[in-house]
Design a protein around this ligand. Structure first.
Ligand code: AHG
Ligand code: MN
Ligand code: MN
Ligand code: MN
Length: 335
């Protein structure tokens, strides 16, 4: 009967964090749970704002550009404000890097030990069409005795302590890693809580999907063109079926699908974007961390592991190839 089918012992994100800290002495200060509370709040607030945007006239351009030259949408600016305010108010963040802020922000009055890097709205070119977008976040611990500077974030990707994204799709999802696997949560809008729905998520070893902006192919180098050609027209048609193409144009949504279904997502460098398009600190790093923790791989054009890279400036970019282990290895073998 229905009373029996309702789970009365659900695991919320807050419960999940508190319980995992109980077993992890090094993270037992509670600072991380407080920070995660503020992150959850920012995700819920941005989620609601996006879902109401059309009704309260928040669609369209804001009229300015950001540090990497993107035109800002009204929701880029609003998402950025919501995120910054939530992090400042949390008291547990000292340093904040945002796609929409040219310089790094330092909250001097916060007696905090975390640095947060964020893409407040990822996929903003899709906003006006109501297509899935998200927020991407990476977390570092400040260097010893740091008062907060770019040194705290211009570090090798392996030094990240946590990464997560929220995807504002048909429902709002939150995928999180603290270096101990990936756990996924779904926002229950009635409860206002993220509920554990994908415990210890592992991605498929391979899956015949490629996800890339193929409109850029004229700007790609020859080996990259050849590689995708080979996915579409396999050499041995008997053994390999052609890959399907899926490209949403929101990294969050394309990576989310890749985590759940498997396959390959790439944004290679090209003549227009010689260093690639996606930014290390708040796009490539956190997604690479999540994908690796789910059993996948993430490398750049040259096959170097993304998490081994170190950005030179806070908006530094990288080419990226990520996804199922075997599919990324197919690329590695090709080069
Ligand atoms: P953002 O909206 O945060 O600026 O990021 C856009 C990124 C990413 O979401 C997506 O994968 C990629 O840009 C799409 O770029 P193209 O439109 O060049 O394919
Ligand atoms: Mn942008
Ligand atoms: Mn983005
Ligand atoms: Mn963005």
């Amino acid at each position: 009967d229905s009373a029996e089918s309702i789970n009365t012992d659900i695991i919320t994100l807050s419960r999940f964090i508190l319980e995992s800290q109980r077993y992890d002495a090094k993270n037992a200060t509670g600072e991380f749970s407080l920070l995660l509370n503020s992150l959850q709040f920012a995700f819920k607030f941005i989620s609601q704002t996006i879902r109401r945007a059309e009704l309260v006239n928040l669609m369209g351009l804001a009229g300015a550009s950001n540090a990497t030259g993107d035109q800002q949408k009204k929701l880029d600016v609003l998402g950025d404000e919501i995120f910054i305010n939530a992090m400042r108010a949390s008291g547990n963040v000292k340093v904040l890097v945002s796609e929409e802020q040219e310089e790094l922000l330092v909250f001097r009055h916060n007696p905090a030990t975390y640095a947060v890097c964020c893409d407040p709205i990822d996929g903003s070119s899709n906003l006006d069409a109501g297509v899935s977008v998200g927020t991407i976040v990476s977390l570092f611990k400040l260097l010893p005795d740091s008062q907060g500077s770019t040194k705290d974030v211009l570090r090798c990707g392996r030094e990240m302590v946590a990464a997560c994204y929220a995807m504002y799709g048909a429902s709002t999802h939150l995928m999180l890693t603290t270096g101990n696997g990936v756990n996924g949560f779904t926002l229950d809008t009635n409860l206002g809580e993220f509920i554990l729905t994908y415990p210890d998520l592992k991605m498929p070893l391979e899956f015949p999907i490629y996800s890339v902006n193929e409109g850029n192919s004229v700007y790609w180098e020859e080996p990259i063109q050849q590689f995708f050609q080979q996915l579409k027209v396999p050499k041995s048609e008997l053994k390999d079926k052609p890959y399907s193409s899926r490209y949403i144009g929101s990294m969050v949504a394309d990576v989310h699908r890749t985590l759940l279904y498997g396959g390959l997502f790439a944004y290679p460098s090209d003549q227009k974007n010689p260093k690639g398009k996606l930014r290390l600190l708040y796009e490539a790093f956190p997604m690479a961390f999540l994908v690796e923790q789910a059993g996948g791989k993430a490398v750049n054009d040259r096959g170097e592991r993304i998490l081994d890279l170190t950005p030179e400036n806070i908006h530094d970019k990288s080419s990226i190839w990520l996804g199922s282990k075997n599919d990324v290895e197919k690329y590695l073998k090709h080069i």
